[in-house]
Design a protein around this ligand. Structure first.
Ligand SMILES: NC(=O)c1ccc[n+]([C@@H]2O[C@H](COP(=O)([O-])OP(=O)(O)OC[C@H]3O[C@@H](n4cnc5c(N)ncnc54)[C@H](O)[C@@H]3O)[C@@H](O)[C@H]2O)c1
Length: 264
């Protein structure tokens, strides 16, 4: 099924903040990653759309190209450091530079923690925290050259606890920790690292977050101050701001976009 189109390129809020820049976006086959690819391309970036779902990554790349943007799609498992190195080398060979890495690929799921499997716990860490680590290691030399930046997709579960999501929550706290450590380590050399923490977004990942049998409805409800979900374009707009030069003083930030859920 072809997903619905995102905001048109000529909508008034779209600027040209990424003209001449090159971005690698993981998780670009669907949801927030796809919306981010459209948004950055609409603002002038050449976008490399990467995803485990190779056909989906290529489809996003083709959508962007059809709308007048510069894009390419690649199959990529972010947990595989050799594959990540290969894609980054390909980007540099073809595009000559790299300015933005948007680590958006992620997996999730809910469970009573006593029923969670070690395999699923490890997989969430490998994709959600290990993926960004692999991308950063591969991209750092070119980001140091371009004085670029990295946006890591965390979650409100990287800022606070959420019942029945211990594995996911721990992996998203890891993303926040990774982001802050990198911001300190490389900020003085001109490379910025920030984390974006959405509340509920209307994407496919939510299917895995159905409350497990016997879950307390009041504990589940704590994660949704506003029961209405935001659309992925809402989060893509925040990613675009953070990744742009307008945010040149934003480093090590943990930016919530959650309708107030984490406000108190
Ligand atoms: N939807 C929400 O409510 C919500 C809230 C907070 C944070 N997030 C985070 O936003 C990010 C994007 O999720 P989404 O909501 O767009 O869901 P989504 O399921 O639509 O997109 C996730 C994408 O990641 C890809 N992916 C999974 N494993 C991968 C791997 N090993 N290598 C490369 N790609 C892989 C999937 O194929 C998919 O295209 C995730 O990190 C998620 O944790 C989502």
């Amino acid at each position: 099924m072809t997903p619905a189109p995102t905001a048109p390129f000529d909508s008034p809020e779209v600027g040209r903040r990424f003209a001449g820049k090159v971005a690698v976006i993981t998780g670009a086959a669907a949801g927030i990653g796809r919306a981010t690819a459209h948004r950055l391309a609409a603002e002038g970036a050449t976008v490399w759309c990467c995803d485990l779902d190779e056909a989906g990554a290529q489809r996003t790349g083709e959508e962007v190209t059809r709308r007048g943007g510069q894009a390419d799609g690649r199959g990529l498992d972010v947990t595989d450091p050799a594959a990540v190195n290969e894609v980054i080398a390909e980007v540099l060979a073809a595009s000559g530079r790299l300015d933005v890495v948007a680590n958006i690929a992620g997996i999730g799921g809910s469970a009573h923690t006593n029923e969670e499997t070690p395999e699923r716990f490890a997989a969430m860490f490998a994709v959600n925290a290990g993926g960004p680590f692999n991308l950063v290691q591969a991209a750092l030399p070119s980001l140091l050259d371009s004085r670029g930046n990295v946006v890591n997709m965390a979650s409100i579960t990287g800022m606070q606890g959420q019942a029945y999501c211990a594995a996911y929550c721990a992996s998203k706290h890891a993303v926040v920790g990774l982001t802050k450590a990198l911001a300190l380590e490389y900020g003085r050399q001109g490379v910025r690292f920030n984390a974006v923490c959405p509340g509920g977004v209307n994407t496919g990942i939510l299917a895995g977050f159905m409350p497990p049998e016997g879950a307390s409805s009041s504990l589940v409800a704590r994660a949704f101050l506003d029961r209405e979900l935001q659309e992925p374009e809402s989060v893509a707009a925040m990613v675009a701001y953070v990744a742009s030069d307008e945010a040149s003083y934003v480093n090590g930030a943990v930016l919530s976009i959650d309708g107030g859920t984490t406000a108190g």
